[in-house]
Design a protein around this ligand. Structure first.
Ligand code: DC
Length: 229
């Protein structure tokens, strides 16, 4: 009998603002693999609740929204990922600070995490997948041959976010961002289901004080060491 080779997956977990998104995109492009932005699924669930008028405290109704989620991803001409809910482009809405807060609240609901599990695993297609999130290595793809956990100090993550938002023309306070990041870290790390924590076999990469080239070089060294490239 011929064995069907398993499709490889590299998981990239860590707190908000650690650079996971940038690193994961670069890695998927470098390897020619698919990319899963699992945070976007939680963000779309939060946004869908706002659109449908569902109270985020009504957990059963939020889980129904997650189960039925009519979401699609496509690439814009400039390479950016466009996210649509029921065919309507909500890419900008889900990336606001408010969108992030709603995502963090719905992500703490166990039935929502359950509802999104199969949908995330559906992204696993040949030749491979780079999966970005919080529980990719611990829950969604526990058999991944390479698990990365990217982190950075809360201060540095707040500063990176501040620069991004200012560049987008949003007026924000650095102190407020730092407070938000600390609160979100606490909520993501203390929830009962799939808390934010490195898998036992994860490689931890602290990007405090490092630029993206340095972090990416470190990541590629791990990819080569694992025999994935
Ligand atoms: O990565 P992000 O900032 O887009 O994630 C948005 C929220 O969703 C964040 O509060 C963490 C949560 N999340 C999660 O709980 N599990 C994931 N796999 C991805 C994101």
């Amino acid at each position: 009998m011929t064995e069907v080779p398993a499709v490889p997956v590299i998981t990239v977990d860590g707190p908000s603002g650690a650079g996971k998104g940038t690193v994961s995109h670069l890695l998927a492009a470098e390897l020619g693999w698919h990319f899963l932005d699992s945070g976007a699924l939680y963000r779309v669930t939060g946004q869908a609740c706002l659109i449908e008028g569902v109270d985020l405290d009504h957990h059963a109704a939020v889980a129904d929204i997650a189960r039925e989620l009519d979401v699609s991803f496509s690439a814009a001409d400039n390479g950016e990922v466009l996210v649509a809910y029921k065919g309507q482009d909500i890419s900008a809405d889900i990336r606001t600070e408010e969108g992030g807060r709603a995502a963090s609240r719905v992500a703490a609901i166990p039935a929502v995490r359950d509802a999104l599990l199969a949908r995330q695993r559906d992204f696993l297609r040949p030749p491979g997948l780079v999966a970005d999130g919080r529980d990719m290595g611990t829950v969604v793809f526990p058999d991944a041959p390479l698990k990365l956990f990217l982190t950075a100090s809360a201060e540095e993550r707040a500063e990176r976010r501040y620069k991004q938002l200012i560049a987008k023309g949003e007026s924000v306070s650095l102190a407020r961002l730092l407070q938000d990041i600390r609160e979100r870290d606490a909520r993501d790390s203390s929830r009962e289901v799939a808390p934010l924590e490195p898998a036992e076999d994860a490689v931890i990469i602290d990007s405090t004080g490092a630029d993206i080239d340095q972090v990416f070089a470190r990541v590629m060294a791990e990819v080569v060491r694992t025999g994935l490239a």
